[in-house]
Unconditional design. Structure first.
Length: 209
């Protein structure tokens, strides 16, 4: 499973992604765009180094003939017409001490719920070999596959054109998922959008630079 291309497409803030995989046709992959808040810049006693993040968009891609593709919308339109990321709409000024990363991580995953019916048992042994970065596990021990790529994406600028001023609701319940809350509690570890009970950090060893 790989990410072959990430490029701007269509409206401002839209990105088209495509990649390859050996998973069976019709397998559903989740594709997320994540903006981290750099560790060590958060308000508080300075002891917390947990990575904080916001999920800007999350869509599903279906495998066809060994390939997958989808599009993500990273920007939304504020009431005043300016382009913003979702966390900027919820909190126009970043929490004291928080500094958004200059990069966005695009994460493609075969989620735990789909793993058992999409991955041959014989392949699991190969995936679990030392040095293989595709296979990870949830806090409850469920396997899943993930691959990611981080690229530099600046914060939104500019104003939407007339006719683009309507904010659309998220396309699924996880769109815009964030571990930044209104109380600016930065002590919670990050979670990825599989199940709410899962605690899934983004390990550097599983990142593709």
């Amino acid at each position: 499973m790989s990410i072959e291309q990430i490029e701007p497409a269509g409206q401002p803030g839209n990105y088209a992604l495509r990649g390859k995989t050996s998973l069976p046709d019709k397998t559903q992959l989740s594709v997320s765009a994540i903006r981290n808040f750099d560790p060590g810049t958060l308000a508080g006693d300075g002891e917390s180094e947990a990575t904080q993040f916001v999920i800007l968009d999350r869509q599903f891609a279906q495998v066809e003939n060994g390939t997958w593709q989808t599009a993500l919308n990273l920007w939304q339109v504020a009431p005043d017409g300016r382009y913003r990321e979702n966390w900027q709409l919820d909190r126009p000024i970043p929490p004291a001490g928080a500094s958004p990363s200059s990069t966005i991580t695009f994460l493609v995953a075969l989620e735990p719920s789909a793993f058992s019916r999409s991955v041959d048992r014989r392949a699991v042994a190969t995936l679990d070999e030392p040095g293989n970065t595709l296979l990870s596990f949830t806090s409850s021990g469920e396997p899943y596959l993930q691959v990611s790529q981080a690229i530099a994406v600046a914060l939104p600028t500019g104003q939407a054109q007339v006719g683009q001023l309507t904010l659309e609701p998220p396309k699924d319940p996880w769109a815009g998922r964030s571990n930044l809350n209104a109380a600016a509690d930065f002590d919670q570890p990050p979670t990825l959008p599989f199940e709410e009970k899962d605690n899934l950090p983004l390990p550097q060893s599983n990142m593709l630079n």
